[in-house]
Design a protein around this ligand. Sequence first.
Ligand code: NAP
Length: 255
Amino acid sequence: MSIKVIIAGFKGKMGQAAYNMVTEDPALELVGLLDPLTPEKEVAGVPVFNQKEDLSGVEADVWVDFTTPKVAYENTRFALEQGFAPVVGTTGFTSDEIKGLVEFSRQKELGGLIAPNFAVGAVLLMQFATQAAKYFPDVEIIELHHDQKKDAPSGTAIKTAELISKVRPQKHQGAMDEKELLKGARGAEMDGMRIHSVRLPGLVAHQEVIFGGQGEGLTLRHDSYDRKSFMTGVNLGIKEVVKKKELVYGLEYLL
Ligand code: NAP
């Protein structure tokens, strides 16, 4: 039996890639599309809705979300309320929101996935970075994205820093008397690490994690050149969440 899928944000860049992936996979059936402004009422026989509440009567298994940080939490909660297992790529969740959604998914006994990065290479980069941070506590993260991205730093950069924090001894980096001559020159600070966000046209999604040691350096880098790089992970997420009974934060928990 096919898995019935809704895509929220289907007119966006990631939503379009998800639309193509779902319609090309015979194991998946697209049953609803959500976009707040589109005048279309259907696309290739699939109904289009302008408000999430109108999807409450739709029979679906999974809610794929590539919308905007402003609505992602409400959308994910709504999906769980309706019995749709959420597969969420939208970034910008706070850790309290994620905790609350995990708890709510347990109450509803529904699987779900919030993944700041669906690219397998990016998940590996986070794992390699966590390994390296045990030996190299001096680390800076540079994330680079297209110039239409609404949130900074990226969800992937935050998750990378969170994972590194779990193994890295607490450390202040840089000179104790360091002074920023231009505000923001040293990037954002998280647990003593620095995160820098680059926004340029032509980029898709890229991240470097740079470690410095005594007389040596180590640079890890991942590049998503095409939004197709995220779709293997989204496809896997859809097929895994329907078997689970709680939401997880990170694709690595389903690999
Ligand atoms: P985008 O092109 O701006 O697409 C977002 C879409 O969501 C737009 O079409 C927007 O419509 C729509 N939207 C806004 N409010 C909505 C609502 N209430 N309900 C349904 N749809 C709504 O952005 P994108 O590049 O596709 O990225 C989308 C999200 O995915 C971002 O948060 C981005 O950071 C994240 N992302 C995640 C991954 C990952 O691997 N997890 C990878 C890349 C990007 P309007 O334009 O009409 O407002």
